[in-house]
Design a protein around this ligand. Sequence first.
Ligand code: PLP
Length: 410
Amino acid sequence: MSASDNSDYGDGTRLVGAGRQPAWTGTADHPGAVVNPPVFRASTHLYPDMAALRAHPANEDGRFYYGRRGAPTQWALASALTELEPGATGTVLYPSGVSAIAGALLTVLRPGDVLLMTDNAYEPSRVMGRGFLRDFGVETRWFDSTDAAAFEAAICGRTRAVLLESPGSLTMEVQDVPALSAIAKARGLTVVLDNTWASPLGFPALSHGADISVMSLTKHVGGHSDAMMGSASAGPDWYRKLRLRAQGMGIVVAPDDASLMLRGLRTMKLRLAHETASALAIAQWLEARPEVARVLCPMLPGSPGHELWLRDFTGGCGLFSFVLKGGTSAARDALIDALALFGIGYSWGGFESLATPVDPAPIRTASAWPLPGMAQGDLFGVRLSIGLEDTADLIADLERGLAAWQGATR
Ligand SMILES: *Cc1c(COP(=O)(O)O)cnc(C)c1O
């Protein structure tokens, strides 16, 4: 979808206006009659006559054609996401974040290629590397994204692309995306970035060097834990290729889900601001606790890549991890079970807080765990997704959890 120009406004203003076209929110005699685009549940799109069918442009955005090409509900969301990502010409929507990553990689890679993937990538991304990408003749190699020299050394004649994710999943290291992208570009690589954590509000990915910016909309954009979707935004060349590949694979999202995503999008700035401030306060509180060995939160001084976060990011979110000082897996279970306000569940970015265990050791292959500077016994991590509850209540809840951990550790 092409972007209308509201790029001079602040994020809040842009979020309110993004993707709103009067033609999509009204009728021919009253364009813009309602605020939100209706939910167009449509597989068939009708043509008034044969001449109109024959004159229809072959494959253009924002034109009724057939259900798989979407209708105004999906177009409004894609268009809104394009407007929010500086440098993007268009956005392709996918039924989940995982399918957006797969869609981007299947657009970029060919049999015989090597993909470099950050060692702290989201686990399903890793599974693609040793799963279907391998079946299709693509070799994936993992690298330590905190080491630019190691990244450069890992590039070979067959390397086609790199998958970055900043901060990385679970251990939250912020990457030097501009530096890694500059190396990648100089060697002719395409840079795909999983930007789910920051969203374009916190990290405009394309203007920091990424060619394709991928998000799981399931997290911050939806924000209410009731719908799944993913997106890939890019400049003209990659957008055209992403779109054709997605069309070829029959990718389409439901209008009902697109409508939920648009609803979530309007309040995203407020939710992220609250969650970021609350997460930082909780991270600082945890850091001062004797039970805690390390807090891995990009907004917190001393966390891996915090200086890069300060330099490159304009915002954060509520997702971070902390590592307990020694202890056992069972003691960590006792901690999480003792929490009343944190749900136990995967996903994140919803209005409700969540806690899950973090065990990076069996996942990583190119970087150490525990992190340098941590004791060998400091293995058991907890990931928190801070929601919209009051910070003081969450801290009191965590205090109960740490008491349960103490009890189970003694
Ligand atoms: C959750 C997540 C995804 C996948 O999103 P789904 O919508 O659940 O498929 C991708 N990347 C990161 C970093 C995630 O946390």
